[in-house]
Design a protein around this ligand. Structure first.
Ligand code: HEM
Ligand code: SF4
Length: 552
């Protein structure tokens, strides 16, 4: 498989690390003030949180090889507190680095072609993709070569280092969008029309205080036009985007204020100007990248051992039913590795857990690991025959909770435990909900609970079947609930139910919603199907009627 950071050479990364080492030294000897140092550290993915610095490392399109994951584990042990936190944008965050250690951490990352460049700031952030790319049975085409092309083009692109605001791009090659593409500033969906592959382009999606579902600006863009078209979109945004108010600076506001039609006309004008500058070198590169991401050669394997274990062991069966996804090769499966043990911190993995997954990928999984938007890991290519052994190893290390896509597979942002912007805790709420719901979550079935600790919406609460937003009401945490969000291809923003709940009421409130669903659901209906049929009213009654509140 191709290495993630083609264009960013070792020499370049070394130079960046040494440059930052000098800046850190000058900060420590006082020759740089914090105000002067801030933009320099942010260019290297280093944030200042509530209690400590935080280093955010990009995992381009969520793909890692075993050596890379081993290094992420080593870094957490040598320079942090022995764990890392996987995020919804396919990054890993280290929550406790010492400023003086960060250059060494970046140096070690460079050994395996990873870095923290453009994981912060008003620039094009980590390009994300379907975490099951190149493996899922439903895929039209692997989106990672396109994501890599965009990453190569956008990394260190001088024109996009000082955009009005951050700019997030996601790519999917499957009709079942698993990359939350419509919540991105720009989405590339690979589609087929009359036998030709091309791209549907969406612009102006985003969450935060003003959630907007991305709008289709091109329903079919020919392959060769992708980069000039992206340049055209970026150039219109760069010029027309607002810089007077950072809350209005994202492209979603530009598109809404200008109107999609006018925005599209301006993009087409810019495209006509830019297109001739692209002579085809990008298409040669794309072809090379496609070769690099060619599907692995998977030998046929007898799945007898899998069938036998499935029959004999109910614990394995339950895990297989919930955590496996269909692979393009018949004798293989995609194994979701849960980072959501009941009562655990969503998305955290210890160094030893990371090593176990790296080792399993080496032994049974074509050396590949993925990071999902739901804050889990994935072994994308495992022979069914090897699944009992893989399961046993995962189970021994607390990585085999059978909950992928279920109630305890909760997305939660760092909230008040780490984040300087937080207005409420989100991790402890997630922990308590997951413990409370563990027992009957299989009966409840597919359910997305998503929690953010402030209106910035890092925890995707707008897109949860049940969304929880932690606010601060006169110094007291208050949790607002939304219902009916959907992160899939037909994305929906959830609707507020009514007044919020106190910290010690919110878990009961979620339980009441789930009980209402169990009471209301028709045969085969998921939570979202029931809401679509009944509307939110019966759920609101369950939430707010006095007798329900006291019954819980
Ligand atoms: C130091 C910690 C963090 C800070 C300071 C921070 C800051 C922000 C801010 C200010 C926004 C709103 C942007 C806007 O509306 O223009 C935002 C949005 C977002 N952040 Fe974070 N964030 C942090 C951690 C995280 C983590 C851990 C994740 C993933 C779990 C994450 C993922 C996202 C996502 C998905 C959005 C919404 C999508 C969008 O940009 O519209 N962030 N973040
Ligand atoms: S949603 Fe708010 S509290 Fe949570 S990580 Fe984002 S900025 Fe911090």
């Amino acid at each position: 498989m191709l290495d993630a950071t083609q264009n960013v050479t070792r020499t370049y990364l070394d130079r960046r690390v040494e440059e930052f080492r000098g800046q850190v030294a000058r900060r420590i000897d006082g020759s740089l003030t914090e105000d002067e140092f801030r933009p320099l550290r942010l260019m290297n993915g280093l944030y200042l949180q509530l209690h400590a610095y935080m280093l955010r490392v990009a995992i381009p399109y969520g793909t890692l090889n075993s050596d890379q994951l081993d290094v992420l584990a080593e870094i957490s042990e040598r320079w942090d507190r022995g764990y890392g936190h996987f995020t919804t944008r396919q990054n890993i965050q280290y929550n406790w680095p010492k400023l003086t250690d960060v250059p060494d951490m970046l140096g070690r990352l460079a050994d395996v072609n990873l870095h923290a460049i453009q994981t912060s700031g008003n620039t094009i952030r980590n390009v994300t993709a379907d975490p099951l790319a190149g493996a899922h049975a439903d895929e039209l085409i692997d989106p990672r070569p396109v994501a890599e092309l965009i990453r190569i083009w956008s990394t260190d692109h001088p024109e996009y280092q000082f955009l009005g605001r951050k700019f997030k791009i996601a790519v999917t090659g499957s009709p079942n969008d698993r990359a939350v593409t419509a919540a991105h500033d720009l989405a590339v969906r690979i589609v087929e029309r009359d036998g030709e592959i091309g791209y549907a382009i969406l612009v102006g999606g985003g969450l935060g205080r003003t959630p907007v579902v991305g709008k289709v600006i091109k329903d079919f863009l020919p392959q060769a036009d992708l980069l000039p078209y992206l340049e055209a979109v970026l150039s219109v945004y760069n010029l027309a985007g607002r810089r007077d108010n950072k809350y209005k600076a994202r492209i979603k506001i530009t598109v809404n204020e200008m109107g999609l039609e006018e925005f599209s006309v301006r993009v087409d004008e810019a495209f006509a100007r830019i297109r001739p500058e692209f002579s085809g070198a990008d298409q040669h590169l794309l072809a090379e990248l496609q070769d690099g991401f060619a599907r692995p050669m998977l030998a046929p394997r007898d799945s007898g051992a899998f069938e036998a274990a499935y029959e004999a062991d109910p614990v394995f069966r339950s895990w297989a039913d919930v955590n496996l996804r269909p692979h393009f090769a018949e004798d293989y499966a995609i194994a979701m590795v849960s980072l959501k043990p009941h009562g655990g911190v969503p998305g955290d993995a210890s160094a030893s857990q990371m090593r176990v997954v790296a080792d399993l990928a080496r032994r049974y999984g074509q050396n590949e690991i993925r990071v999902t938007q739901e804050q889990n890991l994935v072994l994308p290519h495992v022979a069914k025959a090897d699944l009992p052994a893989v399961f046993a190893e995962l189970k021994a290390h607390g990585l085999a909770t059978a909950n992928a896509g279920l109630a305890s597979d909760i997305i939660a942002c760092p909230g008040m435990d780490y984040c300087a912007l937080a207005t409420a805790r989100s991790i402890p709420v997630a922990q308590e909900i997951s413990e409370r719901l563990a027992e009957n979550e299989i009966e409840v079935g597919e359910l997305a609970i998503k929690i953010s600790g402030c209106i910035n919406a890092c925890g995707h609460h707008h897109l949860g079947d049940i969304g929880i937003l932690g606010l601060d009401r006169a110094g007291v945490e208050n949790y607002q609930i939304t219902l009916g969000g959907d992160a899939g291809p037909d994305m929906k923003i959830g609707e507020k139910t009514g007044p919020g709940f106190a910290y010690d009421e919110v878990v009961d409130a979620v339980e009441r919603l789930i009980q209402a669903y169990l009471d209301l659901r028709a045969e085969g209906e998921r939570f979202r199907d029931t809401i679509a049929r009944t509307g939110a009213e019966p759920f609101k009654s369950a939430l707010y009627d006095e007798e329900n509140r006291h019954a819980a």
